[in-house]
Design a protein. Structure first.
Length: 199
């Protein structure tokens, strides 16, 4: 599996280099994309509570002018946590969430694509740290493309730049809830539907 990911990364990097060489003299316009202002202030009857960012999170986005949003909807076992990272140019701030979860001491128990009742796909993880276990959904979007794959996110961005001479604002959005709580995954599916409705 790791070899397959390495091969994909090499292909993406070679494609990026070829496009970079071909497009260096070409003027690129900035197109509207997905901005964090579209993320809902409520999930059903639950208002959002914005959570503070760490100094590291603030520093991560400083060079590129990106944005991080962390919110909590609800309380106790009915809680949904949301984190979103928005960026136009710096793909490093939108690395796959497994990296951050592992760095924060979470152990990834499951990880793979997940089909929602709507027919859309997200990436689904189950993570554990101490006694806490969460189910996490995540995806990438520029408002036109919705993908659970980091490689497809890069691919769409490269195609937009190469074929349309444009860059769009992309967002990595991940939302989670305690594992094995009644209605938990239904709340995550509702969050996805609310996000997509606002694109």
């Amino acid at each position: 599996m790791a070899r397959k990911i390495q091969l994909r990364l090499i292909i993406v990097l070679l494609t990026a280099l070829a496009l970079r060489l071909a497009l260096t003299a070409r003027e690129v316009r900035v197109a509207p994309g997905y901005t964090l202002e579209r993320i809902p202030a409520r999930l059903g009857a639950q208002p959002a509570v914005d959570l503070p960012l760490s100094p590291f999170e603030m520093e991560l986005l400083a060079p590129e002018g990106g944005q991080i949003l962390q919110r909590r909807y609800g309380e106790g076992s009915n809680v949904v946590w949301l984190a979103a990272v928005q960026s136009k140019h710096d793909w490093r701030v939108q690395h796959p969430p497994q990296i951050c979860y592992t760095a924060q001491g979470w152990r990834i128990e499951e990880d793979g694509p997940h089909l929602l009742p709507s027919g859309d796909r997200v990436q689904r993880m189950v993570v554990q740290r101490g006694d806490a276990r969460r189910v996490v959904y995540y995806l990438y979007t520029d408002g036109r493309h919705w993908t659970a794959s980091y490689f497809r996110r890069i691919y769409h961005a490269l195609l937009d730049r190469a074929l349309r001479a444009q860059v769009s604002t992309w967002a990595l959005i991940q939302f989670s809830t305690p594992l094995n709580v009644a209605g938990g995954e239904a709340r995550l599916a509702a969050m996805y539907a609310e996000l997509k409705k606002r694109s």
